[in-house]
Each structure stands twice: as structure tokens, then as C-alpha cells.
Design a protein around this ligand. Structure first.
Ligand code: NAD
Ligand code: MG
Length: 399
């Protein structure tokens, strides 16, 4: 039987995940129609993607960029309609023609369009982990209310999803714990006392994965793993104590599930995001991804080290914040995420030091106890308030 084409909006199509998504789609292009592509500032790349994919819509965040894109597409004689403004992201995520939304915007900026896709009942491929960290229970409720199909794209969560039994209703009874693997990033063996000297380009040079700059810095501090613990709690309705982090420097095992009988199911692959992207696109089937196969014959060792390894609590001080905020009132993870976004941007701008990222996060958590959020506006207000606090504190620091 011939399958119907998926009609896809790629939110954040010019980023690392967005580009990889279009690469996977190109390998099986008969199954897909690209409906909309979106970007923040990269006009030339979005224009090139529009020439290749001929989407109905292209969205830029600002009017200036939108008009520049419109000019380029007009010169090329393309019929793609250009929109701008963040409300346009919600529009192309929720359009009735769309079946599938790849959420690949970085940061809380992607929250509103994720909620729009969830409420419209889309097949929602979630790379944008910050949206789930900020949205939390409210995000999951929108998925339920809208009847959306939420498919994780983060490699660890895709691995867990692939390792769990098909019937989600049996998870709590049969799962003992989830083991999220972590490469340890570029500073796994670095003397913690020298972390204050880290420059942005070193923090962005991940040993195994090629990614956007924000997630690269998060991987170096391991705040990325903290966000992933929170993400796993919501995606799989797991108790925070049932989520464990294990360092696995080769990034071959993408994560594991341990069952109550102590049998463990793991998912393996080369470190290439096209694997989880193809899985999310094709689920419940499979199709080609472009990722290379593991060569087991030359894979000399898979190694593991616990978080209790000497030095790791100083190197990765932010990781424990995940369990701390999961025990705190809802809304606290939105504070942590906002502070971290501000702190990472300040570090990338060389306004604060690498080791001060954690200080900014701690300060925001200590200074701001958010009110209980009950809707998207409340969440966005908490996000703004936490950003303002974190920014003021970051501005007061001496780099
Ligand atoms: P990136 O920086 O390469 O790309 C981000 C995309 O979002 C770009 O298209 C950019 O134009 C758009 N964008 C940025 N700010 C925006 C704003 N304010 N409003 C609207 N659009 C905006 O990031 P990435 O590495 O592709 O990561 C995207 C998301 O996927 C992040 O949440 C990240 O944590 C997650 N993720 C990435 C990887 C990876 O390997 N890159 C792996 C797992 C999860
Ligand atoms: Mg990940």
C-alpha cells in the first residue's frame, strides 16, 4: 500500500538539526513535501533552501530579514510566500495542511510554536529540548489535548524511546531506570582549576558531535545533560530518581533502559543526528538516514565512568541542578533554562567566563521563586523575569 506523503514544516531549518533534517528528507524525498522553512537571521541559507525545496512559506523572525529574503526569492521567480514575526512560526506549525513539524529552533524561543503544533495535533519531532524544559507539564498537556504524536529527536531520548516497550502504559511497571549516556564533552579530563580560562571556540569544539554553538557550550558544562534529565522526566513520565547519567566517552551507546528484571536494552549508532532524525521521520517504520554504520571490528572499546569520578563534580557542577529543579515547584526549570540561555550567550560574547555560567544559573535560582504557571503567557513571563535577573547578574560580573 502506498503511504501518504508527510507535509513538513521545519522550524529552525538553517541550524544544525534543520540542515540535517533536510538532508534526511532528500534521501527519501518521494515521502515528503516541504511546507514551510524558518530561520532567525540566515537569509542566504534560507533562500538557498527555498530554491531547493520550493516551500509554500518561509518565515524569518524580523521584518528586515524577511524583506531581504522576499527580495531574493522574487529575483529568483519563486512563489514561496515570506512571512515574518514570531506569530508566523505558530501559523506554519499549526497550518491544517501540515502533518509533521520538526521543532529545531534553539532555546525558549521555540516554545510557542511547539505548543501551537501540539495543540493542532501534529506529528511533533522535538529537537528543541529547551521548549520542553520550559513548558514541562503544560507542554505535555498540550500534546494530550491536541492529540499530537510527540517523537523525541535528542539522540538519548530517541534511544530510550527505541528501547522502551511499545505500549507506553506499561512503562512505569516494567522500567527500573533510564540511563542517559553523556560523552563528557571537551573538558572531561581537564583540570577543573583551569576551566576559568576556557575560550568560546574551545567550548564549541565537541569531540564527537557537530552541533550549534549553544548546545555545544551546554555539552561542555554538561548543562545539556541537566536539560536532558528534565526532558526525560517529562517525555517518559519517569520519577527523577529513576533517571541516571553515565559518562560514555565514545558516544556509541546513545542511552539505555534497565528493566525491573535487570535486563538492559540499549540503542547504538555512530554519533550522527541523522539517525534519530530519520527514526522520528519514519516512525513506526524505518528509512535511510545517511549516517554511517558502526564498524564493530574496529571499535576497540566501549568505556564508562561514573559521575563520582574525581573532578567531575567541579567540572560539571550544573548537572545536579536538574534533580534540584525537578523537586522544586513547576516553573523552576523555566528559570534555570532562561538563566542558562543568558549565561551561555554572555560567555559566547566573552562577557563572562566559562565557570561563571554556573554562578549565573545559581544566582537566578536563588533569587527568583516563580509563581505557579497555568498557561503559556505565565511561562513566557517567568522566562522574561528570569532572563532579566540573570542578565543583570551577568553584567555585574568581572570576566
Ligand atoms: P543551531 O543554533 O544550529 O540552529 C538553531 C536554529 O534556530 C536556526 O535555524 C536559527 O535560525 C533558529 N533560531 C535561533 N534563534 C531563534 C529565534 N529567536 N527565533 C526563531 N528561530 C531561531 O542549533 P541546533 O544545534 O540545530 O539545535 C537546535 C535544537 O536542537 C536545540 O534545542 C538543541 O538543544 C537541540 N539538539 C541539537 C542537537 C545537535 O546535534 N545539533 C542534538 C540534540 C538536540
Ligand atoms: Mg542529546
Amino acid at each position: 500500500m502506498q503511504q501518504k506523503k508527510q507535509v513538513v514544516t521545519v522550524l529552525g531549518s538553517t541550524g544544525s538539526i534543520g540542515v540535517n533534517t533536510l538532508d534526511v528528507i532528500a534521501r527519501q524525498s518521494a515521502d515528503y513535501e516541504v511546507f514551510a522553512l524558518t530561520a532567525n537571521t540566515q537569509v542566504d541559507l534560507l533562500a538557498a533552501q527555498c530554491r531547493q525545496w520550493r516551500p509554500q512559506f518561509a518565515v524569518m523572525v524580523s521584518q528586515v530579514h524577511g524583506q531581504r529574503l522576499q527580495q531574493q526569492l522574487r529575483e529568483d521567480g519563486l512563489s514561496t510566500q515570506v512571512l515574518w514575526g514570531s506569530a508566523a512560526l505558530d501559523t506554519v506549525a499549526a497550518d491544517p495542511q501540515v502533518t509533521t513539524v520538526m521543532a529545531a529552533i534553539v532555546g525558549a524561543a521555540g516554545l510557542s510554536s511547539c505548543i501551537a503544533a501540539a495543540l493542532a495535533g501534529k506529528r511533533l519531532l522535538l529537537a528543541n529540548k529547551e521548549a520542553l524544559v520550559v513548558g514541562g507539564d503544560f507542554f505535555m498537556e498540550a500534546v494530550r489535548r491536541g492529540g499530537a504524536t510527540l517523537l523525541p529527536i535528542d539522540s538519548e531520548h530517541s534511544a530510550i524511546f527505541q528501547s522502551l516497550p511499545e505500549d507506553a502504559r506499561t512503562w512505569p511497571q516494567v522500567v527500573d531506570k533510564i540511563i542517559l549516556t553523556a560523552s563528557g564533552g571537551p573538558f572531561r579530563q581537564r583540570d577543573p582549576a583551569t576551566l576559568r580560562l576556557v575560550r568560546p571556540q574551545e567550548a564549541c569544539a565537541h569531540p564527537n558531535w557537530s552541533m550549534g554553538r549553544k548546545i555545544s557550550v551546554d555539552s561542555a558544562t554538561m548543562m545539556n545533560k541537566a536539560l536532558e534529565v528534565i526532558e526525560a522526566k517529562h517525555l517518559f513520565a519517569m520519577a527523577p530518581e529513576a533517571i541516571e547519567v553515565l559518562i560514555h566517552p565514545q558516544s556509541v551507546i546513545h542511552s539505555m533502559v534497565q528493566f525491573v528484571d535487570h535486563s538492559v536494552v540499549a540503542q547504538l549508532g555512530t554519533p550522527d543526528m541523522r539517525g534519530p532524525i530519520a527514526y522520528g521521520l519514519a516512525w513506526p517504520r524505518r528509512h535511510v538516514s545517511g549516517a554511517s554504520a558502526i564498524d564493530f571490528a574496529t571499535l576497540s572499546a566501549l568505556t564508562f565512568e561514573p559521575l563520582s569520578t574525581p573532578g567531575h563534580s567541579e567540572r560539571f557542577a550544573g548537572l545536579q541542578l536538574a534533580w534540584q529543579v525537578l523537586r522544586a515547584p513547576s516553573g523552576t526549570s523555566a528559570v534555570l533554562n532562561a538563566a542558562n540561555e543568558v549565561a551561555v550567550a554572555a560567555f559566547l560574547d566573552e562577557k563572562i567566563r566559562f565557570d561563571q555560567i554556573h554562578a549565573v544559573n545559581l544566582e537566578a535560582l536563588a533569587r527568583y521563586l516563580p509563581p505557579k504557571p497555568s498557561n503559556l503567557e505565565d511561562l513566557l513571563a517567568i522566562d522574561q523575569q528570569a532572563r532579566a535577573l540573570a542578565q543583570a547578574y551577568a553584567d555585574s560580573l568581572q570576566p
